[in-house]
Design a protein around this ligand. Structure first.
Ligand SMILES: [Zn+2]
Length: 251
């Protein structure tokens, strides 16, 4: 019953505010993770992106102008992680604030509200526990220039992580997943990357992952969608856990 009402509302939203074909095709061209999907998943992504634009408020600031193409691109990136989970996984927050470029956050310390950030000074993105996602538009446009990087997916992964409390690299797992396996896989990957790093080796993942378990999950999520082959090759067990969590098989 609820599903029917829900589906009906959904179809109405999509019918009223469809994303124009040319804008959607343009977004697919520019979003590696979306381009990799099959036709039916791309169609689902388009519905989710439509709903995302309907439910969330994209708020350009500091003189940035976000045109329709930019909005659709941002929504496409943002909906990749929840393609098989549903937009409900982004409940509890409303705004995406977009700066023209890397920004310096107004606050100076990490507080108890579960604030997570990417660097201590200039930041490409930030996600607050029950508050907004903040993004640098220049970094969104740079997505994919460095393989494996996607600031939108990174911040959305923090949002998923924070669904069950602080960002700690432990999002709410599905019923058939095993928390102990998740912990074991992520901590043993962490340990071996740390020792590779001490030996001066090039890491197969952005070293920023080793800032904290929360960053490990967010950076691994970026790579899972942007450069799945590399993640699967070097961190196959992490890859498998993310496959189960996101319910996607990008490689
Ligand atoms: Zn982060």
């Amino acid at each position: 019953m609820f599903d029917n009402i829900r589906n009906w509302r959904l179809r109405r939203i999509v019918a009223r505010h469809p994303i124009a074909e040319s804008l959607w095709r343009d977004a697919l061209q520019r979003c590696t993770a979306a381009r990799r999907l099959g036709a039916s998943d791309q169609a689902t992504l388009r519905v989710l992106a439509t709903q995302f634009l309907e439910r969330k408020s994209l708020e350009p600031t500091k003189g940035l102008h976000l045109d329709d193409a930019g909005r659709v691109l941002l929504a496409a990136h943002a909906c990749v992680p929840i393609l098989k989970l549903g937009l409900d996984w982004y409940d509890g927050w409303h705004s995406v604030i977009v700066y023209p470029d890397a920004f310096i956050p107004r606050r100076t310390k990490t507080d108890e509200a579960g604030v997570v950030h990417q660097t201590n000074s200039m930041m490409a993105g930030e996600a607050w526990g029950r508050g907004p996602v903040i993004l640098s538009w220049a970094d969104v446009l740079n997505t994919g220039k460095k393989p494996g990087h996607n600031v939108v997916i990174h911040e959305m992964a923090h949002k998923l992580d924070m669904l069950n409390g602080d960002a700690n690299g432990f999002p709410p797992l599905h019923r058939r997943m095993d928390r102990r396996v998740w912990s074991r896989v992520f901590s043993s990957a962490w340990d071996s990357l740390k020792s590779e790093q001490r030996n001066g080796a090039d890491l197969p993942i952005d070293p920023y992952a080793l800032e904290s378990p929360a960053e490990f999950f967010a950076v691994a999520s970026e790579q899972f969608f942007e450069d799945p082959a590399t993640l699967r090759q070097h961190l196959p067990e992490v890859y498998r856990q993310l496959e189960q969590f996101y319910r996607q098989h990008p490689f």
